[in-house]
Every structure is written in C-alpha cells, then in structure tokens.
Design a protein around this ligand. Structure first.
Ligand SMILES: [Zn+2]
Length: 210
C-alpha cells in the first residue's frame, strides 16, 4: 500500500506555508504514476505557488514492487529516525538502500530488466576504472540505463555536465560478474543492503585474492 501524509511546510524562499503530500511508501503496482515520477526524477519536485520557487524537497521513502519482489529504502545514513525497517513478513524479498532519487531510479531499471544489481555494480566498477584513467578525472558517475542490443548501457556523467553520455558494455562482462558472484558464494543479508561501489570493489578484491 502507498502511504500519503499531508503536511504543512514552509517555502525555503519566501517562508510561506504550503500544503505538501509526503509519500512515505510507494507501491509500484497500485500507483504506477508514482513510479513514472521516480523514473522522470520529478518525484521530489517542490514548487511554491506564492513566489514560484522551485527545488527538490527530499524525504525518506520506501519503494515496493510486490510483483517483482523487491523493496528499496531511500534514506540517508545517520539521519535520526529515518531508518526504514523491513517488516518481518518481507524477509524473502530483495531489499536495497539508496541515498538519492538517481540511485532509486537506477535500481528500479535494473530490477525491471531482471538483472542482478550486485553484478551491475561490478561491471560499472570496471567501466569507471577505465574512464577515470583515460580522462584523468575521479569525478565521473555512471548509472545503469538499459539492456540493449549492444549490451549493458550506462549513462555517464562527467563533472560539471548534467547531460549524460552513453556507453555500452558487452553482456558477457555482466555474465562473467554473475559467475564471480556465485563462486564467492555471495548471500543476501536480511537487512536493507547498500549495493554500490564499495561492495563491488570489496567483492572484486576478494575474488582476486582467492
Ligand atoms: Zn515561496
């Protein structure tokens, strides 16, 4: 079930009060329009009718796709009282933790394509290593975009540029990462797992040392 909470918030620009609907839980099946908003990255858009101020107003939320069997908590670590606990009845579904809307969108796209996000992070790790070396910059971000004819496509963001460039990696590289994962006997923890560059490089190092 999706959860809506009406709240009065102060506009950060003019201080005027505005009624805001906080959506603390999104059910992808019941509310496909909310899923669309996440994929368009407009989910947290805030606009003040009094002064016209526009920005993003982010708050913790949880995305649940009961059909595909995954749940993603969006919250920043360390933020008091915002940690999303997994109900006991949802022990057998894939649970992930992300810190912003771009990461949430990426996870949805990965799981909608029935891909393994841990393996995707490992592929991304190798891709970023190459890009960072060839461009001599550490400030490059990559997000899964689609599974296409040319393999796994990533949207690459270079520092200071908000228009992505697309880069594809052969599907075999991904398949290879899945094999590495099973050889490492990687197991899903019971709690919300952060699957990002740290986990990917830890797993790749573990594999190199075996
Ligand atoms: Zn305002």
């Amino acid at each position: 079930m999706s959860t809506f909470i009406n709240k009065d918030v102060a506009c950060p620009n003019c201080g005027g009060t505005k009624k805001l609907t906080i959506i603390s839980a999104v059910n992808a099946q019941e509310n496909p329009e909310l899923k669309e908003k996440i994929l368009k990255e407009s989910f947290f858009d805030f606009e003040c009718e009094s002064c016209g101020y526009k920005s993003e107003l982010m708050y913790p939320t949880i995305y649940h796709d009961p059909k595909k069997g995954f749940m993603i908590g969006l919250y920043r670590t360390g933020s008091q009282g915002s940690k999303v606990e997994a109900p006991a009845s949802l022990k057998n579904i894939t649970k992930r933790r992300v810190k912003d809307l771009a990461e949430l969108k990426e996870k949805i796209l990965i799981f909608d394509n029935s891909l393994d996000d841990v393996a995707i992070e490992m592929v991304k790790n190798s891709l970023l290593e190459i890009l960072k070396k060839s461009f001599g910059s550490d400030n490059i971000k990559a997000y899964f975009s689609k599974l296409g004819e040319n393999g796994i496509e990533f949207a690459i963001f270079f520092a200071g540029d908000n228009k992505p460039q697309y880069h594809s990696i052969k599907k075999e590289v991904y398949d290879n990462c899945c094999e590495i994962l099973s050889s490492l006997n990687f197991k899903e923890p019971a709690d919300f797992l952060r699957v990002g560059p740290t986990l990917a490089s830890d797993l790749l190092n573990k594999y190199k040392n075996t």
